[in-house]
Design a protein around this ligand. Sequence first.
Ligand SMILES: [Fe+2]
Ligand SMILES: [Fe+2]
Length: 282
Amino acid sequence: MLRFQKLKAMRLVAHISDLHFGRHDAAIVGALIAQFGEMCPHLVVLSGDLTQRARSSQFAQAKHFINRIKAPVVIVPGNHDIPLYNVMHRFFSPLEKYRRHIRETSTSGDWYVDDELAVLGLNTARSLTWKSGRVSIGQMGLIRRRFEHIPQAAWKIIVTHHPIASAHGEPRIELAGRAMLALRAIADAGVHLLLSGHHHRPASGHPASDLLLHETMLVVHAGTAVSTRTREGEGNSYNLVCLDGPHATVDVMRWNGSHAFEPARRSRYRLNSRGRLESEIV
Ligand SMILES: [Fe+2]
Ligand SMILES: [Fe+2]
């Protein structure tokens, strides 16, 4: 019997990241909001770096963008959402502006649950390891507590700004501190998908890890959706994750340079009865 037999509804999750308001392209911002209006995702996930320099004006622009999204939004901060040069704020109130502008004035959050999926956002941005980020020991306990009562048949997703694993077959990337410990806690909690940003390059696949758990979950990295901080050869993009029964499809939606994001690359997986996510030929 398939674990997903009782599930009826598919879920469309738009995964955007690294908006970097202050270094954004206003035309792409408008096109992205219009596309969300047409496709009506069930959930939008925003995996950090909302701003370029954690300025109040940039958070205000990010907030305006988020408030135009009709779907629930799960958000985590990125390293750019912590002040870099203002040392007092960086070390004593690193996320004060993020909380004031984003957390307290919008309907977004770091936890979403419905009958089909449960999504937990974890803040990996740190004052001391500004660029690299870290998962705390306390967050590993939080992972266990949040997912322990979620039905086995639901998709379980964790969102971080800094990646916790590289994708198998893709270049190895720098990971958040304590990534291996976190990966073990995530596997023990039965999490299926890890969504992250930070490197501004889209990629997905099984974790490239030495731990014997790589086929039970997928890592999905997002490019930068609307900023001008694109990496060479990448352009702007976001991920569209479709969860339909035992099937998970990840489409990289790439900016076409003029007016819209278009499907550019598709990866498809199927969760089998042994809890393994098998690649499917597209
Ligand atoms: Fe970024
Ligand atoms: Fe970042």
